[in-house]
Structure formats: C-alpha cells, structure tokens
Design a protein around this ligand. Structure first.
Ligand SMILES: O=P(O)(O)OC[C@H]1O[C@@H](O)[C@H](O)[C@@H](O)[C@@H]1O
Length: 320
C-alpha cells in the first residue's frame, strides 16, 4: 500500500455505500409520476402529464412548499391546478390571429401533454449534500393530434428538475429541430403554498413596469418595494433588472425565487370570486393559502432559428 501523509481517514472516506437519493416511478397511465427522495427526507413529485411538479417538500420532508388544489385533476386529462405547470409555447390567451400560436389553448400545450421521463442523475455538491436531477422530454411526437395541427413545428424540450436539500431548480431547454424559425414564450406557473395571504408580501420587483390584467391590461410602474394582496392580483412584470423575487410571510423571508436567463414574472392570486368560479380550484377559500409567482419569458417572443437552443428557468429556495 502506498503511504501518503494525507491519507483520508476512514471517517472521511468517500461515502460509496451511503444511501443516495431514491427515485421511483409510481402510478399508472395518466397518473404516472416520478417521486424522488433525498436520504435526508426532502422530496419532489413530478407528474408525467405536463411534467408538472405537484409536490416539493423541504425541511427533511416536513414542509410542503407547493399549493395543490384539492380538486386538481391528476389523471392526465386536464392541466393541473397547482404545483408548477409549464407554460409553453404561449403565455395566456394566444394572439387572436396571425401568429403561429394563435390556434393553441391558453398557456399552450406543454402543461397538458404527456412528457417522457429521460432519467435521473445524482450529484454531490461541495458541502457533501445530495441532490438529484430528473430530466423530462417532449417533442412533436408527444403532442396530441390537435396540438400538432395547431403548432406544426419541430421542436425538442428537455425539462430538468433538480432537488437539493433547501432548493428546487427547474430549467427548460428548447431546441428548434425544424427547418423554419419559430417564436415562443415560456413560464413556470408556480403555486407557492403560504399560511395566510393577508400576511404575505412579494419584494424585488420595485422600479419595474407591469401590465395589470385586472385593470384592463394597463401599464404601471411598481413603486413600493412590497406588493401586498388585498384583492385579485394578475400582473405581468417585464424586464426585471434584479434576479431575485422574494415571498415574505409576516415580514420573514419564506421563498427566494431566482430567475435564470428569464426576465419576466407574473404575480397572481384569483381572490374570492375568481377562485369560486374555477371548477378545479378547491377549497373555495384556498386562495388564502396560495400565491403564484411565475417566472418566465413572456414579454414579446423568443425566436429560435433552425438548430438553435434556448435555456431558461429558476432556482427556488425554501427559507423555513
Ligand atoms: O386558469 P389557467 O389557464 O390555469 O390560468 C390561470 C392564470 O394564470 C396566470 O398566469 C394568468 O396571468 C392569469 O390571467 C390566469 O387566470
């Protein structure tokens, strides 16, 4: 045996036999999901339908960070009300006519298509804490007949969901696999679970221009640092200079949402009447326990020429 002064002791030997993250595919048909759990108890669940993250637990598995409606359809027949639906290739209602997305449904097809699970990779960061990356793919062949007709373009999406002890990272790669260029929008429609909307504020958007969908899509400037929720909020913040938007509860930081190569963020809470009007939103007063902070690229369009690739997403830290 070669003698070395700095031979690692047994205690610091590589943890070859230490248990790594557990990844399972559970359920059948449209309900099939990938469940990943770290040895320390944190977990994430991703429904193949929409590649929708429906649960993210941190704090050793004790704290659920995402709001999921009690009436969310988890059978693969309808976009999920809650979690992190993926919005692509159009945000909101598409342009009325004259755009390649014009015949698509609101928020596009990604959230209501079945994605393929491409596999997992485990990583260990410098602090020796485990994380696991789950990759999901969607291309033209995975679309419904209707979506294929409505958006007759060749594309490839890879969506990576990385679970670490205190964070969840979700990043999409969009590739133009066709001959023609195409334009798209992308957004992560995250429903954060909170205790009480009346005690929530969202910071990190001051100085930014936004379109207020509640006020006839008029444009405003965000003056206050803290956004409070006392009624319906549906705003599209554009070209945000700061990277981080924070959600505070009772003045204490609860989530940091860090944009990665995307500049826009939607804040949404349907409030009393709109919540009641949504058939899959439950309980009726569930609006008190959720706030959507949705990062994306929705101001104008991203354009990809043949063979080009675009990447964007977010890192969310749960700060409990
Ligand atoms: O009911 P959907 O299609 O899931 O959309 C929910 C909300 O999504 C938000 O992103 C939009 O800004 C809102 O206008 C919309 O109401």
């Amino acid at each position: 045996m070669v003698e070395r002064a700095n031979r690692p002791s047994n205690l610091s030997a590589p943890k070859a036999s230490a248990p790594g993250p557990q990844v399972d595919i559970v359920g059948q048909g449209g309900s099939q999901k990938v469940v990943a759990t770290l040895p320390s108890g944190e977990s994430v669940e991703v429904l193949l339908f929409g590649a929708t993250v429906t649960s993210w637990k941190s704090n050793g598995g004790k704290t659920e960070n995402l709001w999921l409606s009690e009436k969310a359809d988890l059978t693969g027949s309808k976009a999920v009300r809650g979690g992190v639906p993926v919005v692509f290739p159009v945000f909101g209602p598409p342009p009325k006519s004259g755009h390649a997305t014009s015949s698509l449904p609101q928020h596009g097809f990604a959230r209501s298509s079945r994605w393929e699970f491409l596999g997992k990779s485990d990583t260990e960061d410098a602090l020796d804490s485990d994380s696991v990356k789950l990759d999901f793919g969607l291309d033209r062949s995975g679309l419904s007949e209707d979506a294929r007709k409505a958006w007759p373009l060749d594309f490839g999406l890879v969506y990576s969901v990385t679970l670490s002890k205190e964070s969840l990272q979700t990043v999409i790669t969009v590739r133009n696999e066709g001959e023609e260029s195409f334009e798209f929008q992308f957004l992560l429609h995250t429903y954060f679970k909170i205790q009480d909307i009346s005690k929530v504020s969202v910071t990190g958007l001051s100085g930014t221009e936004y379109v207020d969908k509640v006020l006839d899509a008029t444009t405003h400037q965000q003056k206050d640092n803290a956004i409070k929720f006392t009624g319906e909020v549906d705003r599209v913040y554009k070209a945000i200079p700061q990277d981080t938007t924070s959600i505070l509860e009772d003045g204490k930081p609860r989530f940091d949402v860090i944009r990665d190569n995307v500049k826009d963020t939607v804040t949404w809470n349907p409030w009393i009447e709109k919540a009641k009007a949504m058939g899959d939103f439950s309980p009726d007063d569930g609006y008190k326990n959720m706030v959507c902070v949705e990062v994306g690229a929705v101001d104008g369009w991203q354009k990809l020429e043949k063979g080009e690739v675009w990447e964007g997403g977010m890192l969310v830290k749960s700060l409990l």
